[in-house]
Design a protein around this ligand. Structure first.
Ligand code: IMP
Length: 179
């Protein structure tokens, strides 16, 4: 699969992403204005660029933790089983938690993570996804904040990979096979 030749067409520019993060942070800051116990939880690995920009733009006291859940292998098909490959380092009981996801696709990953983290009794649990592909949804879940709604395209860049490549592109692009 990864050997098929492809090109990447820009879909969302770095500038548009930065502008949208500024808007989102305006809302998120209001939501968490009164707390000093916010933990921002990034879902590895796709959210690592987004979370870095998000917490800097947010500019409030936060702790950052990471969780790795598997849903995709090195293919473009979603698997139904969600496994936790790396758990949080810290406890979240009684804390305010913001889960940061790169893309909500079928919804299996986010709904599994929400269930898991809610079982640990946080005070408040909110979710944000940079991208949402509502047409692909199999589990009814919606992030509280969404950067961009996109059509059913396979995208890369800004932390998001295709077979572990292209995470370092500064923009979001769609994969177009050329064979
Ligand atoms: P879900 O469980 O089907 O919602 O899948 C969520 C995960 O699948 C995301 O966190 C991504 O890691 C991966 N994913 C979904 N769509 C894409 C895509 O277009 N490009 C790369 N990874 C994707």
């Amino acid at each position: 699969m990864a050997e098929r030749p492809y090109v990447i067409d820009e879909m969302i520019s770095a500038k548009a992403i930065a502008a949208r993060i500024e808007e989102l942070c305006h809302d998120i800051r209001q939501e968490f204005a009164s707390t000093d116990k916010l933990v921002v939880v990034g879902l590895l690995r796709g959210s690592f660029v987004f979370i870095a920009d998000l917490v800097r733009e947010l500019d409030v006291a936060v702790e950052v933790d990471f969780l790795e859940a598997s849903s995709y292998g090195d293919t473009m098909e979603s698997s139904r089983e969600v496994r936790i490959l790396k758990d949080l380092r810290g406890a979240i009981e009684g804390r305010d938690v913001l889960v940061v996801e790169d893309i909500v696709d079928t919804g299996f990953t986010l709904s599994h993570v929400i269930k898991l983290l809610n079982s640990r009794k946080p005070e408040r649990l909110k979710t944000i996804a940079l991208l949402d592909k509502p047409s692909r949804r199999e589990v009814p879940v919606k992030a509280d904040w969404i950067g961009f709604e996109i059509p059913d395209e396979f995208v890369v860049g800004y932390g998001i990979d295709f077979a572990q490549r292209n995470r370092n592109l500064p923009f979001i692009g769609k994969v177009r096979f050329t064979d």
